[in-house]
Design a protein around this ligand. Structure first.
Ligand SMILES: [Zn+2]
Length: 145
């Protein structure tokens, strides 16, 4: 993980929010930052802005778990439609590979959404894992087999 991604991750873990505004980076609450962290944010600002604004409109960064679950569910249902009739009677339907569109996984980011990974997460961020679990629970509720 890059120093910039690490910084974003550790501050987010403390409840700090990042809002890219063009060339500017708004950080709230500013009072939560230590002087060293302000310095580090300034130093890494260009990279952090890229991290936060990559793939505008499609990147999952800061999407809610419910939003992520909707994206994943649409992918699963599209996949099932493609499988066609023969599969509609199957007891267990396969789950296709899921990912937000236009995400290029970088080292230290979630393979599904491109968000910086928290420590202890190898491939997927916890909002994506929660979203997948939520989606599966909703599918089971709507179509119990
Ligand atoms: Zn993710």
């Amino acid at each position: 993980m890059t120093a910039a991604a690490q910084l974003v991750q550790s501050l987010r873990a403390r409840g700090v929010h990042f809002e890219p505004e063009g060339e500017r980076l708004r950080v709230r609450p500013a009072s939560a930052l230590l002087p060293d962290e302000v310095k580090a944010l300034r130093q890494h600002k260009p990279e952090i802005l890229v991290l936060l604004t990559r793939s505008p409109g499609t990147c999952a960064v800061q999407s809610s778990v419910a939003d992520r679950a909707r994206v994943f569910r649409a992918q699963v249902e599209a996949y099932w439609r493609e499988l066609g009739e023969a599969w509609s009677q199957a007891k267990h339907l396969p789950i296709p590979p899921l990912a937000f569109p236009d995400v290029t996984p970088l080292a230290g980011t979630c393979e599904l959404c491109g968000d910086p990974l928290s420590l202890g997460c190898a491939y997927r961020c916890s909002p994506c894992v929660d979203a997948i679990n939520l989606m599966l629970a909703e599918l089971r509720e709507d179509d119990p087999r």
